[in-house]
Design a binder for this molecule. Structure first.
Ligand code: F3S
Length: 298
């Protein structure tokens, strides 16, 4: 039995930066309110709540006297305007990779181009990106949806289009989408905005899954990058997504000859450690059971 942990498992640079920022503000004695949970991880969110951090669904819900923290997903321009209108202090933890997309779409849409975004239209990052577009923007989930979009909007060609991707979009699907788009629009301007951390994590997870019997993905079920890891790995081997050690699939772990482990960008190192600890306990118990029982000579 072998257990291999992906090197890229766990907190990415943008998440570390956002979480550290909140703890630093608390240490400075600030009253902090995040716009949505700072990350998709209950343990971290509960710890912050225990230290007095409140979570607001919108700027209107932020209590007076609290400092607003914009999380790594970023927000659209209307949210900055609402913060300014209320005169609230804020700290911006928008990941620089996301902020780069905001600049691109603001500039290109300002030039009159249509913005096409590969991603999930309900994801806060995508909503934030759309909130920086100065004209029309459209979201597509995969190559099929992009094709539909192109067919139903012949006017795209005249206006010129720019294509960006949600930072956690699937690398494989992105390549497929671009192949399709290039066939139709020779003049499409394409910005490769999938972040390095996501790309590396997905590639490493896929390689690990290809040589494992079982992949354990540790991360929040609400987390987009964790779900992408699950689907990338599921194409190669049995794959289970868990949020914490207690959800480990004991039977599958016992049966597997080789197990790969990776984790989403919002998973703290402490949870990965607990999962590995629980996994080695399951494996050791199993090995003890298989030890031949010594029998006394007749
Ligand atoms: Fe930023 Fe990429 Fe993490 S966009 S928040 S470094 S997954």
């Amino acid at each position: 039995m072998s257990i291999t942990v992906a090197k890229s498992a766990g907190f990415c640079f943008g998440v570390t930066r956002a979480v550290d920022l909140v703890y630093r503000l608390l240490d400075e004695g600030k009253k902090v309110c995040t716009l949505g949970p700072i990350i998709h991880n209950d343990h971290v969110v509960k710890d912050l709540e225990a230290r007095g951090v409140c979570i607001a669904g919108s700027v209107d819900d932020v209590p007076d006297g609290y400092m607003v923290v914009i999380r790594s997903h970023g927000v659209g321009r209307p949210v900055y305007e609402a913060i300014e209108k209320r005169g609230l202090h804020f700290a911006d933890a928008t990941c620089p990779f996301v902020a780069k997309i905001h600049h691109i779409v603001a500039e290109r849409s300002g030039m009159g181009e249509v913005i096409l975004i590969a991603g999930d239209e309900n994801h806060p990052e995508v909503q934030g990106v759309r909130g920086h577009c100065r004209g029309k923007s459209y979201v597509f989930r995969d190559a099929g949806q992009l094709e539909e979009l192109v067919k139903s909007h012949p006017e795209f060609g005249e206006k010129g289009i720019s294509i960006v991707a949600q930072t956690t979009f699937s690398l494989k699907e992105w390549k497929k989408c671009l192949e399709g788009a290039k066939k139709v629009y020779t003049n499409a301007v394409i910005f490769d905005t999938i972040c390095n951390a996501t790309g590396t994590r997905q590639m490493e997870a896929e390689q690990l899954a290809a040589q494992s019997d079982l992949m354990i993905i540790v991360g929040g079920r609400q987390s987009s990058n964790t779900e992408k890891l699950r689907s990338v790995c599921a194409a190669h081997c049995e794959t289970v997504l868990i949020e914490e050690a207690s959800e480990l699939p004991v039977k599958q772990v016992r049966r597997a000859g080789s197990i790969g482990v990776t984790a989403g960008a919002s998973t703290p190192a402490s949870i990965i450690k607990e999962v590995l600890q629980a996994m080695s306990e399951i494996v050791n118990n199993e090995m003890e059971k298989q030890e031949p029982v010594e029998q006394e000579a007749p």
